[in-house]
Design a protein around this ligand. Structure first.
Ligand code: SAM
Ligand code: DTB
Ligand code: SF4
Length: 332
């Protein structure tokens, strides 16, 4: 491989003018000796971010369970027997009370998730009120509500939504092994609608679903070759949920996970790479390696949507040991 080519490609892509990445170049970087890979990722990271700052987001499930989609990893799909109790859309005031607590605990972004295929007209008024309320609290707002058409995306934008999360989850090749009720192309359509409406895109995927290394690389190549790099790239490590088709999946080898983070950092230099679901199953040392590889965002709090997260005390201790500070909100 041509080492110079990779070094330049790693250092130069700019948001909005991203060069196209080939699978071969991406795979060659993923396969570098671990120390070379981490050095390169950390170099790119330092050129674009303060290496000792990590952004804190907080999640809330505003509508839990009973989802018509069949995502093989998910506790909330009505196709699986995870034992999760479904609930209706939360009241706006309750959501905002939770958001206030998150703000007081240091989160700068509030992410609200609903187990929907796509939002229904009757829910839009409440969703808009949640976005407006979070904004009034002085936090960034993020929603993840399933598929959106352009009109829906524009309405969320008008309400002031900052980010929309919609993941591609895995490579195009592996996708149909995991989800059959909506296609990879559907996901890309929603991402285009979000981008075209002017909302910032949060898009990533899951590793540890029995995919091959080439699938992890391809997933990141798809993200890096979008017309614009997603502003946030959540990399989730599968949380195996009993009763789902992936409940017994073999855990991913930690070094492979760190390589995935490093490649995301190198290919999307200016994006926030989020060390997302799965941190309760990671050692402090593994998380430290992920931060060194360029992860600079996490979810805080003791629950994600339905699954566990390390919680404030553990994260405060980890940050103290690593000399990491929460990233402050930069308002334009
Ligand atoms: N229903 C919406 C959707 O799927 O677009 C939003 C919520 S959904 C739970 C958001 C993302 O969380 C999924 O795309 C997936 O990447 C991640 N996720 C869900 N369950 C997970 C699990 N058990 N382990 C790791 N990541 C998971
Ligand atoms: C993302 O990529 N990860 C978050 C967020 N986007 C919405 C969700 C993780 C969910 C983990 C499983 C659960 O809590 O049910
Ligand atoms: Fe539904 Fe989202 Fe879970 Fe898929 S990941 S089953 S769309 S809640």
């Amino acid at each position: 491989m041509n080492a110079d080519l990779h070094l330049n490609a790693a250092a130069e892509p700019l948001k909005g003018a991203s060069p196209q990445w080939s699978r071969e170049d991406a795979q060659a970087i993923y396969d570098l000796p671990f120390n070379d890979l981490l050095f390169r990722a950390q170099t790119v990271h330092r050129a674009n971010f303060d290496p000792n700052r990590v952004q804190l987001s907080r999640l809330l499930s505003i509508k839990t369970g009973g989802c018509p989609e069949d995502c093989g990893y998910c506790s909330q799909s009505s196709h699986h027997e995870s034992g999760l109790k479904a609930s209706k859309l939360m009241e706006v005031q309750r959501v905002l009370a939770e958001a206030k607590k998150a703000k007081d605990a240091g989160a700068t972004r509030y992410c609200m998730g609903a187990a929907w295929r796509s939002p229904k007209e009757r829910d839009m008024e409440a969703v808009v009120a949640m976005i407006e309320g979070v904004k009034e609290l002085g936090m960034e707002s993020c929603m993840t509500l399933g598929m959106l058409d352009l009109g829906q995306a524009q309405r969320l934008k008008e309400a002031g939504l900052d980010y929309y999360n919609h993941n591609i989850d895995t490579s195009e090749r592996y996708y149909n092994e995991i989800i059959t009720t909506r296609s990879f192309a559907d996901r890309l359509d929603t991402l285009a609608n979000v981008r075209d409406s002017g909302i910032k895109v949060c898009c990533g995927g899951i590793v540890g679903m029995g995919e091959e290394k080439a699938d992890r690389v391809d997933m990141l190549v798809t993200l890096a070759n979008l017309p614009e790099h997603p502003d946030s790239v959540p990399i989730n490590m599968l949380i195996p949920i009993e009763g789902t088709p992936l409940g017994e999946a073999e855990p991913i080898e930690p070094i492979e996970f760190v390589r995935t983070i490093a490649l995301a950092r190198i290919m999307m230099p200016k994006s926030h790479v989020r060390l997302s679901a799965g941190r309760t199953a990671m050692s402090d040392e593994m998380q430290a390696l992920c931060f060194f590889a360029g992860a600079n965002s996490i979810f805080v709090g003791d629950t994600l949507l339905t699954a566990e997260n390390p919680g404030e005390d553990k994260d405060t201790m980890l940050f103290r040991r690593l000399g990491i500070q929460p990233m402050e909100l930069v308002t334009e």
